[in-house]
Design a protein around this ligand. Structure first.
Ligand SMILES: [Fe+2]
Length: 322
């Protein structure tokens, strides 16, 4: 394991950007960020699976798992229901949601965003430390069937006859087109879809997908003591963070440190950005913004007025142009 390095732009396939690399029973984990703050936010990693590998049916008493299938497809059983999820789908798992997976393709990339679960410690404890220094009975099935580990994982009996459903019917699967709410600005220059609601994360964060037309520019900052984590799914971005400039390619994570100003510009049409740890009350802000735009547009007439309005919701966007 290497020492802590803070990188603004993380390329998942570049070994220099891994905090550690762990191979266990055929699966490979690349850790990109550590959990942060009281809610262990913004931890992310990739697990790369071989075809046919399984995660046994289980649930958690605490902690929230959000997975993005970056490559491949996955046989999914959630709450006794069964379907196949595809590349680009997000799978959101609240506590007490039983889930089991079979990875259908060689090299499936399972991109993981955790909250209140600390999988870095979990993986290290459970697999590396316990294998080498832990209790002798750690791998005995009888023990594992009732083991409550650091993440209070509960092993469940997989359903014998899970109900077959479409992936749209299973509410934990958020397809690329899904949004609890969708907002469009500038004749479709900016499309925002809410993937995960604040009501699902103990009020800690929201997850949003932004689809941006070439030339869209956004400047913002945040007075929070936690970083922000974005994932560029498609397209390219120009970013400026703490006066450093980057061209960000599709597939990268953007890990913005607390308190600093940042700017971005979409360099391609259809640039797709996932804000995985949105601290601001974005849904409330957007709903009220649209209402005000229709009823009292003079209150949003200038960039300063718009910025002040958004600040009330913990959204610190200082400039948007398209
Ligand atoms: Fe899990």
């Amino acid at each position: 394991m290497k020492g802590y390095q803070y990188k603004f732009i993380i390329q998942p396939d570049d070994p220099r950007d891994w905090l550690f690399n762990l191979t266990h029973e055929g699966e490979t984990v690349h850790q990109f960020t550590w959990p942060e703050g009281p809610f262990e936010k913004n931890e992310c990693s990739d697990t790369i699976y071989r075809a046919g590998e399984k995660v046994p049916y289980h649930e958690h008493k605490k902690g929230i798992e959000t997975f993005l299938i970056a490559k491949g497809s996955v046989d999914v059983t959630i709450r006794g229901k069964h379907t196949v999820a595809h590349e680009g789908d997000i799978i959101f798992l609240a506590p007490y949601t039983a889930h089991g997976f079979i990875y259908l393709e060689e090299g499936t990339i399972w991109r993981e965003f955790f909250q209140e679960i600390n999988m870095s410690g979990g993986i290290m404890n459970k697999h590396t430390v316990m294998d080498n220094y832990g209790m002798d009975f750690y791998w005995e099935p009888e023990f594992r069937a009732r083991y409550l580990g650091k993440n209070e994982q509960v092993v469940r009996i997989p359903p014998a006859h899970p109900e077959e459903v479409s992936r749209e019917e299973l509410k934990e699967i958020r397809t690329p087109e899904f949004g609890f709410s969708t907002f469009r600005f500038g004749d479709g220059a900016i499309v925002l879809r809410q993937k995960v609601g604040r009501w699902e994360t103990n009020g800690v964060r929201e997850v949003w997908q932004a689809i941006l037309r070439k030339g869209v520019k956004v400047a913002w900052n945040a007075p929070y003591g936690e970083s922000e984590i974005y994932h560029l799914r498609k397209g390219r971005l120009h970013m400026k963070i703490m006066d450093e400039e980057y061209t960000v390619e599709a597939g990268s994570f953007i890990h913005i440190p607390p308190y600093v100003k940042r700017e971005m510009e979409a360099l391609e049409d259809g640039t797709e950005l996932l804000d995985a740890g949105c601290s601001g009350c974005m849904l409330d802000m957007l709903e009220d913004y649209v209402t005000l735009q229709a009823t009292e547009p003079e209150k949003l007439a200038t960039p300063e007025a718009r910025s002040k309005f958004m600040q009330q919701y913990g959204v610190y966007i200082t400039d948007v142009s398209y």
